[in-house]
Ligand binder design. Structure first.
Ligand code: UT7
Length: 347
């Protein structure tokens, strides 16, 4: 039988600090619990405390995924993130070494909120090409490090977290098999979700940019409309490729950005209400971590059940994957302490 990448392990890590909607309103942000719940569906989110970075969440989620798969070694480590510990180098080699995997190829993949879905497609291609037999894919982000606490457009939505999966070569009929995919991008939308300062166009050392350029900036309503349109089209493309009717999907996991977006996409596609999986209310939008975190917290989906994942993010990027629900039992973990706090201070 044709071989593909099969999800054999699933891990998750959320930082312990819970920030409720009321906490945000009390912190001086001009918002309210009522507005946030009505317009986004989010009630609380998790945030790291100072000293905890993306790799600390990623290492913990990765250890959990390795435990879930009952393996300790992989051939490749992929870290989907847009909030690496440092702009240079990538965080993946550090994560791999902290996992006891020094020597294994490791790189970051930056597709913003579509990063995990992009990572699944890259991992599947490399596994099918027999370049690597077992891949660890982590989606980890710490958006609290780039969100303006005074910007109510973004501060109410984003949270921190990490999720990870182990992918291994296996048959198309295995539970957890990646079957079909659709990816896309449109750089015409690069201003819709952006952090301007600190890149090569406006190096951080020059400073002097407006506040909105020093933090993540999002044109929320434009993103909302684009996300609904594109996640709907991308989900439909994957369903057509798989030959699945929308009402046969047992688990539909959309990028957890806004409940109104998720409802609009699922309604348009025709996904049954009981098949809509998500944890947005509890964790907010955790960017590249959002889909694996939602999968790790999904209650009782049947292993082998038809599953569609769909995402949309900065770039803009989008992607969907058709798979069957994995048999792996998810494992949850606390953030890993930095290996040596001295080492993480400014030199
Ligand atoms: O992860 C990558 C993808 N990201 C997304 O998918 C996010 C997509 N966008 C969104 O989720 C929504 O656009 C937001 C949640 C960011 C904003 O919701 P919206 O329904 O698009 O609100 P809006 O920006 O159209 O604003 C409606 C009203 C405005 O007031 P007026 O002009 O009607 O008086 C805003 O000033 O709500 C006001 N408003 C707020 N009020 C209280 C906007 N944000 C807030 C807030 N609290 N946080």
């Amino acid at each position: 039988m044709e071989q593909t990448a099969v999800i054999t392990g699933l891990g998750a890590c959320l930082p312990p600090l819970v920030v409720g909607n009321e906490d945000l309103a009390r912190s001086g942000l001009d918002t309210s619990d009522e507005w946030i719940v009505a317009r986004t569906g989010i009630e609380r989110r998790r945030r790291v405390t100072p000293g905890t970075a993306t790799s600390d969440l990623g290492v913990a989620a990765a250890r959990a995924a390795l435990a879930s798969a009952a393996v300790s070694e992989v051939d490749l480590v992929l870290l989907a993130t847009t909030t690496p510990d440092r702009l240079c180098p990538a965080s993946a080699p550090r994560v791999a070494t902290r996992l006891g995997l020094a020597g294994v190829p490791a790189f970051d993949l930056a597709a913003v909120c579509s990063g995990f879905v992009y990572g699944l497609v890259v991992a599947r291609a490399l596994i099918r090409a027999e370049a690597y037999a077992r891949v660890l894919l982590i989606g980890a982000d710490t958006y609290s490090s780039i969100v303006d606490p005074l910007d109510r457009n973004t501060a109410v939505i984003f949270g921190d977290g990490a999720g990870a999966v182990v992918l291994e070569r296996g048959p198309m009929d295995a539970a957890g098999a990646i079957l079909d995919a659709d990816l896309g991008s449109d750089g015409g939308g690069h201003d819709l979700i952006t952090l301007v300062e600190g890149g090569s166009r406006y190096p951080a050392r020059l400073g002097g940019t407006a506040r909105q350029h020093r933090y993540l900036h999002m044109k929320g309503t434009d993103v909302f409309r684009y996300a609904v349109r594109q996640m709907t089209a991308s989900t439909q493309a994957v369903l057509a490729r798989a030959g699945w009717r929308a009402d046969s999907v047992e688990a539909f996991v959309g990028h957890q950005a806004n409940q109104r977006i998720l409802n609009a996409v699922a309604d348009r596609v025709g996904i049954a209400p009981q098949s809509r999986i998500g944890n947005l209310r509890e964790v907010g939008n955790t960017a590249a971590a959002s889909i694996p975190l939602a999968m790790a917290e999904a209650p009782g989906v049947r292993p082998g059940g038809r599953t569609v994942l769909t995402a949309f993010g900065g770039g803009v990027t989008w992607g969907s994957v058709g798979l069957t629900w994995p048999a792996a039992m998810p494992v949850h973990s606390e953030p890993a302490p930095p290996p040596d706090p001295q080492d993480e201070r400014l030199p």
